[in-house]
Design a protein around this ligand. Structure first.
Ligand code: ZN
Length: 234
């Protein structure tokens, strides 16, 4: 009876740790990121889930007009659909990271599925990334095995400090995002460059571009550096 109880509590504690431990690490690393952005007066623009055939070229043009580099966490399955953007992004001087192959939530699938998806995401990008290029977990979710696998690769985890809200049901104003970053004295901003479907597609693409432009204007006024994530982490 006692041994059964010990085994059951062991399993419970182990399961809890598998989810809780990476979550605690996330909180610690996010706090450090916020501090680094503030101390180094830095803005990092990050774009997930792309590339998108319509939005990515518009974004490239905008970033080029400000002569800044951003970080793109590319999704393997979209890279397979629009492979030409990988070289275009790299040639424009942007940092490439991976966001996995098919956007799996590591808390909702088996660990081996999440592990395989990370591996596939790096593999799809081929020579455009290295084994230790940054990884951004879909939905910000990791479990102990995925955290450990990234650590073995020495791949930094691409957390963010400000969510632009561009995927929220209710789209915020670009000004609200700028205000949040200003009050934090800089930040790593999460945005998305995949082509949305439906009647909000154009509005959301415009929001991403307008928010990017508004943040870059703020960077000029506030004298922030605009760097890809890897440069800030180094
Ligand atoms: Zn995503």
């Amino acid at each position: 009876m006692l041994s059964t109880l010990i085994i059951i509590s062991g399993i419970l504690v182990g399961t809890l740790a598998a989810y809780l431990f990476p979550h605690i690490i996330r909180k610690v690393e996010e706090a450090k990121l916020r501090q680094d952005c503030r101390e180094q007066r830095t803005l990092v623009l990050t774009y997930d889930d792309g590339p998108g055939e319509n939005i990515t070229p518009r974004l490239l043009e905008l970033l080029d007009s400000y002569q800044v580099s951003a970080t793109f966490f590319l999704l393997g399955m979209r890279v397979q659909k629009y492979p030409k953007f990988v070289n275009r992004l790299a040639e424009a001087g942007h940092e490439l990271g991976t966001h996995g192959q098919s956007h799996l939530n590591a808390w909702k699938v088996w660990p081996w599925e999440a592990l395989n998806d990370i591996k596939m995401g790096y593999r799809t990008l081929g020579d455009a990334v290295s084994a230790d290029s940054p990884f951004r977990p879909p939905y910000g979710k990791l479990v102990l095995p995925t955290w450990w696998a990234l650590r073995l690769r020495r791949a930094p985890i691409g957390w963010w400090t400000v969510d632009s809200g561009d995927t929220n049901a209710l789209l915020p104003q670009s000004d609200e995002v700028v205000k949040k970053v200003k009050s934090a004295g800089g930040g790593v901003v999460l945005l998305h460059d995949f082509d949305r479907q439906g009647n909000q597609a154009a509005v959301r693409a415009d929001f991403v571009l307008e928010t990017t432009a508004a943040l870059l204007e703020a960077a000029l006024v506030e004298n922030w550096k605009v760097l890809p994530l890897g440069r800030l982490l180094r």
